[in-house]
Ligand binder design. Sequence first.
Ligand SMILES: O=P(O)(O)OC[C@H]1O[C@H](OP(=O)(O)OP(=O)(O)O)[C@H](O)[C@@H]1O
Ligand SMILES: [Mg+2]
Length: 178
Amino acid sequence: MQNDIKEILFTEEEIAEKVKELGQQISKDYSGENLTVVGILKGSNIFMGDLIRKIDIPLSIDFMVVSSYGQSTESSGVVKVLKDLEYSIEGKNILIVEDIIDTGLTLDYLKENLLRRKPKSLKICTLLDKPARRKVDLKVDYIGFEIPDAFIVGYGIDYAERYRNLPYVAVLKEEVYQ
Ligand SMILES: O=P(O)(O)OC[C@H]1O[C@H](OP(=O)(O)OP(=O)(O)O)[C@H](O)[C@@H]1O
Ligand SMILES: [Mg+2]
């Protein structure tokens, strides 16, 4: 696994520090409010688990499973919903948690989809933001790190379902997928 890595962008320690900062900011911003954190699986699995343990106000969690990359390093442009939320979000403050925003197509679709369900508010938190590849305009409320235009793996993020268990965020060697 490690042999396929070109460069580590963020170590376990750097990620932990950033997640703590994000958790503190979110706790402050939602203090006294209800909060439902919606994780977008599978990629957000590890980030979401770490983040909610750094948020020290009462909250609920729910998940959606969506996929658009499959076995590729390019978005198919079609967001497939494999599992929907369990609960209604009407009248609730919703915080979407993503691992990475790349073209923005996944979140553009999800935002529209969730707004139709009439939440009280809808915000987005992502660990990684790759603005160079954006295809749609998107407002992101909480960003961990901005990253360069390269294919990323680790800390929940995959290539063809592999590398999610790497504890750091890294750039995958091009020869692995070319
Ligand atoms: O901004 P975009 O170009 O839409 O890319 C971001 C999305 O792509 C990845 O999901 P993927 O479809 O790979 O599913 P996964 O979370 O199961 O890996 C990632 O987890 C985001 O949800
Ligand atoms: Mg993926």
